[in-house]
Design a protein around this ligand. Structure first.
Ligand SMILES: Cc1cc2nc3c(=O)[nH]c(=O)nc-3n(C[C@H](O)[C@H](O)[C@H](O)COP(=O)(O)OP(=O)(O)OC[C@H]3O[C@@H](n4cnc5c(N)ncnc54)[C@H](O)[C@@H]3O)c2cc1C
Ligand SMILES: NC(=O)c1ccc[n+]([C@@H]2O[C@H](COP(=O)([O-])OP(=O)(O)OC[C@H]3O[C@@H](n4cnc5c(N)ncnc54)[C@H](O)[C@@H]3O)[C@@H](O)[C@H]2O)c1
Length: 510
């Protein structure tokens, strides 16, 4: 069976949904092909369940950190209630709601496995009925996402390791959990399971959260240990097996062993391109798909002559995050529609049809203990990129708003400034409830707001946002002696109390 449509989208995760939505909103006929659940990894096995597993223990810790509410905390976490709340948020792994939304906006769903079959053609393998060939008049967008990597550690694959799917969909948490990896999944799942009161051992080859400023990973190591987890940094796993009691035995390169009930592998992702038919359009199966800033696939048959194939979301490896994939999807869906309808196309940097922010302003929130959030360059990455940087650090505990939020608040913030341009190019915040500080930093970077102008963006007292003021003070006020820092100098000021406010003062002096 063969059918012509305007646009075919393969993969109905958050990214594919958004490509389809934008193209459909412009009036195009769109078919979305999904072989599992509409909503994808994020909705059922990643962002949503992981955050619900984390939230209750974080709320409990927050209550314990404030005198008055701490005394009211007399019980422990109700893990069964946490799992029930998780089940609600993942709709019991049913996509009825998501399918209803597709219907409401006029996007057609084809349930089945989509596979490229040459230029503009997608074959959909369907259960119990003959395959359907969809021929796209205008474009095909693939957004199949990514799968976890299982590294070739002797015995690991045979030891029934958990992946992030098992960790986020758990029904009966084990008594002991070993985690291999030191990235985002390891940090978050160690926090979640330690919060459940489970014996957690993190086995990381190197420091944690290496894509962030070093103080973020260090804080999470301390935070996890504070929750009772064991964190072994610099530990290489040489073998994994199960014994007769069905316990997992993880052997390390120093000869020691860790015994657990389950082992979670959190060692990165690989693209879902092995069974996507990419070879039929000149691409290599099993590899990430290269794209330009409009998500147009570079090197695909026919794309140079008449653009038709786009790869959006995790599969292009630009930023493996839902919000960034959805940002790409909005640009690409609109571009597909503009090209199809003969409307103007804007592919200049920061134009409507490009994902420029992928290069310089990707916000990420790691919901670990403590929260670690960042956007843009770290100081080291900026220097590697040849930028001349100025760096300001502040201890968040010295900010009144943080001290009021939690007794003995501990946290740190860093601003990375381009010394020549005088604009923020990176920001990192570590501490309780810092996630909501991130959007301001993202806007400063994307808007290329001069640091001198930020002195006029006054943070309200007493909020944690006053960290911004402390960061500016650390950089120096325009025209004041403190700003006499040679251009290109790197400053590692550690600002504490700002003028007029000391921790514990209810009112700031003028
Ligand atoms: C544990 C965990 C927690 C995370 N937490 C966060 C978070 O808090 N915030 C955040 O921003 N990101 C988070 N991420 C990352 C986020 O999940 C991904 O970046 C996001 O899901 C990518 O969206 P996508 O649409 O590209 O792919 P996916 O969500 O993987 O969706 C792809 C869809 O395509 C379907 N599909 C694949 N191949 C085919 C085919 N050939 N035919 C038909 N259908 C197909 C799949 O079934 C799936 O539904 C997390 C990831 C993990 C593993
Ligand atoms: N809150 C969030 O936004 C969130 C949460 C979870 C995941 N994610 C996304 O999902 C992606 C995948 O997360 P992840 O934690 O799996 O990957 P990651 O890239 O963040 O971390 C992988 C970790 O595994 C280690 N590693 C790699 N190979 C190894 C091996 N052979 N043996 C031992 N250790 C090894 C690395 O050193 C690193 O510490 C992330 O890139 C992130 O973008 C986002």
């Amino acid at each position: 069976m063969e059918r012509e449509v305007d646009v075919v989208v393969v993969g109905g995760g958050p990214v594919g949904e958004n490509v389809a939505d934008r193209a459909r909103a412009a009036g195009l006929e769109v078919v979305l092909v999904e072989h599992q659940l509409v909503g994808g990894e994020c909705s059922y096995w990643a962002c949503v369940p992981s955050k619900t597993l984390l939230r209750s223990a974080a709320a409990l810790r927050a209550a314990k950190r404030v005198a008055g509410s701490a005394e009211a905390v007399t019980g422990t976490l109700d893990v069964a209630a946490v799992l029930k709340r998780r089940d609600y948020w993942v709709s019991d792994w049913s996509d009825t709601g998501a399918v209803g939304w597709l219907e409401s906006v006029g996007i057609e769903l084809e349930r089945g496995h989509g596979r490229l079959a040459g230029e503009r053609r997608v074959i959909v393998g369907r259960d119990g009925t003959e395959p359907l060939t969809l021929v796209a008049r205008h474009a095909v967008a693939v957004s199949p996402g990514s799968d976890p990597v299982i590294p070739p550690i002797p015995g690991l694959a045979g030891a029934r390791p958990w992946t992030s799917r098992d960790a986020t969909s758990v029904r009966h948490p084990p008594r002991r959990l070993a985690i291999i990896g030191g990235g985002v999944v390891a940090a978050e799942m160690a926090t979640a399971y330690a919060g459940f009161g489970i014996e957690v051992t993190v086995l990381a080859r190197s420091s944690l959260l290496r894509n962030m400023e070093p103080f973020a990973g260090d804080a999470v190591v301390a935070g996890l240990r504070g929750l009772g987890a064991s964190v072994r940094v610099g530990a290489s796993v040489t073998g994994v097996g199960r014994n007769d009691a069905d316990e997992v035995i993880v052997t390390l390169d120093d000869g020691s062993t860790v015994i657990a009930d389950e082992v979670l592998v959190a060692t990165g992702r690989r693209p879902r391109t092995t069974a996507l038919g990419v070879e039929s359009v000149g691409l290599e199966p099993g590899t990430w798909i290269d794209v330009d800033d409009t998500m147009l696939v570079t090197g695909a048959t026919g794309n140079a002559e008449r653009p038709w194939l786009y790869a959006v979301g995790d599969v292009n490896h630009r930023a493996l995050l839902t919000h960034q994939g959805k940002y790409q999807a909005r640009a690409t869906g609109d571009l597909i529609a503009a090209r199809a309808l003969g409307r103007p196309v804007d592919t200049a940097p920061w134009g409507a049809h490009v994902a420029t922010a992928d290069h310089s302003a990707v916000p990420e929130v790691v919901f670990a203990e403590p929260e670690c959030v960042s956007v843009g360059f770290t100081a080291a990455a900026a220097e590697r990129a040849g930028r001349s940087v100025r760096v300001a650090d502040v201890e968040l505990g010295a900010v009144s708003g943080a001290g009021i939020l939690a007794d003995d608040y501990e946290g740190r913030a860093r601003l990375v400034v381009d010394a020549h341009a005088g604009t923020v190019i990176g920001a990192t915040f570590v501490g309780q409830d810092v996630a909501e500080l991130l959007q301001a930093a993202t806007i400063a970077i994307v808007g290329e707001v001069p640091v001198d102008r930020l002195w006029h963006a006054v943070p309200a007292f007493p909020t944690v946002s006053e960290a911004w003021l402390r960061l500016l003070e650390a950089l120096g006020r325009p025209g004041s002696p403190a700003t006499q820092v040679a251009s290109g100098d790197r400053r590692d000021d550690l600002a504490t109390d700002g003028p007029g406010v000391t921790a514990g003062d209810g009112e700031a002096a003028a």
